[in-house]
Design a protein around this ligand. Structure first.
Ligand code: SF4
Ligand code: SF4
Length: 62
C-alpha cells in the first residue's frame, strides 16, 4: 500500500500537512522537519496537496 513520504531534508516544518491530515499521522519533529507515522496513514493523499513546496509523495512502503 502506498503511504505518504516526506522529503525531510527540504521540509521547513510549516505544519500545513500536519493540519490537514485526518488521522494526525504527521508529526513535526523539533520544529525542523515533518515525519509520517505510516502505521496510522490511510493513504488519503490530502497532505500531498497541502504542501506548498510539493515535498510529499505517495510511495510504496514495505
Ligand atoms: S496520506 Fe492522508 S492519512 Fe496519510 S499522512 Fe497524508 S493526510 Fe495523513
Ligand atoms: S507541508 Fe511540506 S514543508 Fe510544510 S511541514 Fe509538511 S512536508 Fe514540510
Amino acid at each position: 500500500m502506498k503511504k505518504a513520504v516526506i522529503d525531510e531534508k527540504n521540509c521547513v516544518a510549516c505544519g500545513c500537512c500536519a493540519r490537514v491530515c485526518p488521522r494526525n499521522a504527521i508529526i513535526i519533529h523539533r520544529g525542523v522537519t515533518a515525519k509520517v507515522e505510516h502505521s496510522v496513514c490511510i493513504s488519503c493523499g490530502m497532505c500531498v496537496r497541502s504542501c506548498p513546496a510539493s515535498l510529499i509523495k505517495m510511495e510504496e512502503t514495505v
